[in-house]
Design a protein around this ligand. Structure first.
Ligand code: FMN
Length: 176
């Protein structure tokens, strides 16, 4: 049986929600990470991924201007970092430097990868779509990287108030 209710009530059933960290280089030369829950894979051939960035975010102009960005899948151990990147703005600080976050240069674009992430995807911006108070950026994946450390789990938001952690069990290698 279904009970009609407000969007704000029904959408609370979405958890767990995947978490990604998108990174783009700003005009000062610093790479700025933003934590995002609203993200998806949008194409297999060519591989494409999308992120939804709020209009007030510093990252909005940075991604537009850079024309490229990295999408990192943070590991469950990166919960504090994800919370920090998702509650502070690159307008005010260098978030990666502040957290001393390990990074390495991206291979195909002018950006960085998060060394401790489960996976990193280098994207070239292909298009954007304004959807209400957010803008969806769609990027073509030009390089992908995986963390070789075994047993790393992805980070999810588990409930309201940005409670984050792992969701078990993880899919076996080879499954979509
Ligand atoms: C778990 C989590 C999920 C978030 N999801 C989104 C999202 O999907 N889109 C968005 O625009 N902001 C999202 N945010 C908020 C931004 O990360 C936050 O406003 C950030 O400080 C913006 O950084 P910036 O000003 O450097 O771009 C999320 C934050 C957290 C902690």
């Amino acid at each position: 049986m279904q009970q009609q209710t407000e969007f704000s009530t029904a959408i609370r059933r979405k958890y767990p929600e995947q978490v990604v960290i998108a990174i783009a280089r700003d005009s000062d030369g610093k790479c700025n990470p933003i934590t995002l829950g609203w993200t998806m894979i949008t194409s297999g051939k060519p591989p494409m991924m999308a992120i939804s960035v709020g209009l007030p975010r510093y990252s909005l102009g940075v991604i537009r201007q850079a024309g490229e960005f990295v999408i990192a899948f943070p590991s469950a151990q990166m919960a504090e970092e994800a919370l920090f990147f998702g509650t502070h703005s690159g307008r005010d600080m260098d978030k990666l430097a502040e957290r001393n976050t390990p990074t390495r240069p991206a291979a195909e674009i002018d950006c960085v990868l998060l060394s401790e992430a489960v996976a990193n995807f280098e994207c070239v911006l292909e298009s954007e779509l304004k959807t209400g108070d957010h803008v969806i950026f769609a990027g073509r994946v030009v390089a992908a990287h995986v963390n070789e450390q075994e047993g790393l789990q992805r980070l999810y938001t588990l409930g309201p108030g940005y409670q984050m952690g792992a969701v078990s069990p993880q899919p076996a290698e080879g499954e979509d």
